[in-house]
Ligand binder design. Sequence first.
Ligand code: SF4
Length: 451
Amino acid sequence: MTDTIDNIPPAVDPATAPVAKQSTEVGSVFVSNYPAYSFWSEEAVPEAHRALNRPGERHNPLGLYLHIPFCRKRCKFCYFKVYTGKNSDEIQIYLDALARELDTYGKLPAVQQRPLKFVYFGGGTPSFISVKHLKWLVEKAREALPWDGVEEVAFECEPGTLSQSKLAAIKDIGVTRLSLGIEHFNDDILRENGRAHVSKEIYRIQSWVKEMGFEQLNIDLIAGMVGDTRESWEDTVQRAIDYDPDSITIYQLELPYNAVYSRHLREGEKIPVADWKTKQAWHSYAIDQLLAAGYEVSSAYTMIKKDSPNKKFVYRDALWHGSDMLATGVASFGHMSGVHFQNAGRWDAYLEGANAGRLPIQRAFATNRREQLIREMILQLKLGRIEPGYFQDKFSVNILNDFSEAFERLEKAGQLRLAEGEITLTREGLLQVDQLLPQFYEPKYRNARYT
Ligand code: SF4
């Protein structure tokens, strides 16, 4: 969830192409917002400040995102701007700025009288920082924005950064949803893709994680990492099931423009990357195995245990239903009363703004009601199921009429089913949902750079 450099336009006209791209080309496919980040501008930053400086919409849930941009090593498929060489003093300098930014947020009218519904520690690698730093940050955050009533505190981890004492500290600060970035269980594939951890580290923490009793344990996997084969993927899916998490989230490898692999490809290097059909077939295989193992579909990416006492993913569901979110940390993204905004993406600019007591917002976009409707509709489609009645009630729009062309095209292509009261994606639609969503975009936002 950080900024990227520029990106290239999609190779396929998204308005008329219900079929997945074949080869994995360089460029972002994953849709996390609307309109695309490339439409956000510096000129719109005052709109973000205005939204934050007037009373917020109290009926709308509010969340907090804390961005920890440090990693042990840069993965070759990663497009986030992460820092791999920062020492403890530099991390403290960053956390000081983060604490100052939290303090600034705590005093804003948009935040007053609004309890936080969720807190999300993302990165980068939140589990990279020390126990001392983590406890200090949480103390400062809770002074600025008390979160006693939150429904969920989510925390992303890289397995090799966890010790028993660090896991205890993570539990101690109130984390309810622990998410492990495992990605694959095969050491050769992990090494080839530049991951910092190996499988030994994944298994070393398994019993500690279980003993600590987090409400939810999620693990992330990526289908189609460089070097992956049908055999190695099947083995990874089996190991993931044996690991026994509450949920398993599966992404299909993409090659954002500024990832290391993408640069190598542009320089003419041959890198074997599975095509989309192959990745979808592998993802589909995983869904079948997980269904058989007692999981059910929670979204296009996540399978959750049917008998899990807590199946909610508050952060995801709140964001996909238009919640407000305070974004803290370098390059992080937020949303307030219909205005998207992003913090400065450069270390120095972020520190300077935050330490001066200014919100270090670098670009923004004020959405109108139509854009808000489309944003929620495409994001909720990622759940695999949407209810037209929700959009009628919230936006007074009959989406079946307004988007009939796109819905019918997808239905004809076997990617979606239209029924009274709900629209559901088929398995085929679910497996390539991000490539289908641009069909719902307004024409001016199609064929654009992603970031
Ligand atoms: S651990 Fe995550 S954020 Fe860090 S480099 Fe790898 S993919 Fe990027």
